[in-house]
Ligand binder design. Structure first.
Ligand SMILES: CC(C)(COP(=O)(O)OP(=O)(O)OC[C@H]1O[C@@H](n2cnc3c(N)ncnc32)[C@H](O)[C@@H]1OP(=O)(O)O)[C@@H](O)C(=O)NCCC(=O)NCCS
Length: 147
């Protein structure tokens, strides 16, 4: 795999990000317009992972004071298990910290073993369980990491 380069998302890549979201289980199905508005939001950051000219993943968070929430996150299926998700998550933690954030939270489907394993590797702890949160059937874990 070529070198992965992380950068802040620009409006022009919103459509590509929406395609990655549409083709990934478990992430939020933001449209191109949703990505554009998030890229424009001064209290939000979206980082993209590029492999050559190809966008292969993204991670988004919103922040307010000392709190931030990871709002959307996906890596293209054929680029998974190569460290890209970890790089994106580390970048979000570093960037949130630079904004003065002290606590990063996220919500994850309890059936999403891959993401939960990644979050636990990054020292997120489950602090709450929202029963039947998704489609009135699957539970959500609320996870938190002190930065
Ligand atoms: C979650 C996701 C972003 C992880 O991206 P990734 O690039 O595969 O992650 P990495 O390669 O950096 O994995 C880092 C670590 O996470 C854990 N992990 C990742 N995928 C895993 C899997 N399928 N099974 C078990 N552990 C896994 C491992 O500890 C892994 O380290 P290792 O490869 O050295 O064992 C990716 O699986 C994805 O896009 N899933 C669909 C969308 C999604 O679930 N988003 C999160 C919504 S809350």
């Amino acid at each position: 795999m070529r070198e992965i380069v992380l950068s802040l998302a620009e409006i022009g890549c919103a459509g590509e990000l929406a395609e990655i979201a549409a083709s990934s289980d478990f992430c939020a199905k933001w449209s191109g317009a949703d990505f554009e508005s998030e890229i424009d939001n001064k209290f939000a950051r979206i980082y993209t992972a590029l492999c050559g000219m190809e966008t292969v993943g993204f991670a988004a968070f919103r922040f307010c004071g000392e709190e931030a929430e990871l709002t959307n996150f996906a890596v293209k299926a054929r680029y998974r298990r190569r460290g890209v998700g970890g790089m994106l998550l580390a970048k979000c933690i570093e960037s949130a910290s630079a904004e003065g954030v002290k606590r990063l939270t996220l919500e994850v489907n309890a059936a999403n073993c891959a993401a939960i394993a990644l979050y636990e590797k990054f020292k997120f702890n489950t602090v709450n369980v929202r029963k039947k949160f998704y489609n009135n059937s699957q539970d959500a874990f609320l996870m938190l990491r002190e930065i």
